[in-house]
Design a binder for this molecule. Structure first.
Ligand SMILES: [Zn+2]
Length: 317
């Protein structure tokens, strides 16, 4: 049985610290939450059946206190039953309280809801719109699986992704404004868009591209099998391994690379390894614009056999 973790707790923990083994004394939830049910009394909740949100409106999982709150889905689903065209929204307050939606069984789902500052552990998310909130750390971990939707780190406090989180191809994962996204583990199959704020990646397996068009992306660890593209902002790559295979180029006028710098600033150094790349229409590191500084012995064993295009100032080793 997987324990529900209350991660990122920064305030006093009123209930089971970090995990729970049963739901004794918890409030129960099932059926529908209508307009007059949008502000729930304080406390932990466990679902006894699916829970349907009928209003295209904000829901408040706790009336007032700063005590951390856990919702255990207990194998059930949070359902969007609204007809208003706007997803029902679970809104955390800005009082520092951590709200965690988790599941002991690992079978719980959240379907087509929006969440602000809500943490997830060991649940599956479909068509989610999840973002952070001011003054509360949002954590997604504990084998949580995100199959579709949007995850944004925007203005507000940190959003942390780790703990075997799985994020499927096609999910929109974005860092913008003054957001701070921290990824320290998990499997990410979608692209990551950094348009502002800061993205710190220290671990995980990444199959999608990392596209930096603003803000700062700091990569200190992780394994990457799609390119890291920098068009504006700053990307510092001081750890991790980048190994791609690019045999084709759908856009022959645009050189390819494991790291492609078209603008902005890219600094490569430390223990970063850009290695064993096969890039037939470019180079391991392809610099078409901006500034790229390589300060270490980071580029090894790459193969650009055909290199049919001319990279402006490309480096391939
Ligand atoms: Zn539970």
């Amino acid at each position: 049985m997987f324990a529900c973790l209350i991660a990122g707790a920064t305030t006093s923990v009123a209930y089971a610290a970090g995990e729970h083994t049963d739901h004794s004394g918890w409030n129960t939830l099932s059926g529908t939450l209508g307009y007059y049910d949008r502000s729930l009394p304080d406390g932990n909740y466990v679902l006894t059946d699916d829970l349907i949100f009928t209003e295209s409106n904000n829901y408040y999982p706790s009336a007032s206190t700063a005590e951390n709150i856990v919702w255990c889905l207990n194998g059930h689903t949070l359902v969007n039953g609204s007809t208003g065209g706007i997803n029902p929204t679970i809104l955390n307050s800005t009082n520092g309280r951590v709200i965690t939606i988790c599941d002991c069984t690992g079978k719980g789902r959240v379907d087509s809801l929006a969440t602000y500052g809500v943490s997830f552990s060991n649940v599956s998310l479909y068509n989610i719109y999840a973002t952070n909130q001011s003054n509360v750390v949002t954590t997604i971990d504990g084998n949580t699986k995100i199959y579709s939707g949007k995850v944004f780190a925007s203005y507000g406090d940190d959003m942390i992704i780790g703990g075997n989180t799985y994020i499927e191809t096609g999910v929109e994962l974005t860092v913008e404004d003054n957001g701070h996204l921290i990824i320290n583990g998990g499997t990410v199959r979608c692209d990551i868009e950094v348009t502002g704020g800061t993205c710190d990646i220290s671990g995980g397996t990444f199959y999608g591209a990392i596209n930096v068009s603003g803000g700062t992306c700091n990569i200190t660890g992780g394994t990457f099998s799609s390119p890291i593209n920098v068009s504006d902002g700053t990307c510092n790559i001081t750890g991790g391994t980048i190994k791609t295979s690019q045999y084709y180029n759908d856009d022959p006028g645009t050189p390819q690379g494991a790291v492609v710098v078209n603008g902005g600033v890219c600094n490569i150094g430390g223990t970063a390894q850009i290695t064993e790349n096969r890039v037939d229409y470019g180079g391991a590191v392809c610099v078409n614009g901006g500034t790229c500084t390589i300060s270490g012995n980071n580029i090894t064993k790459n193969n650009a056999t055909y290199c049919r295009v001319r990279c402006g100032r490309h480096l391939h080793y």
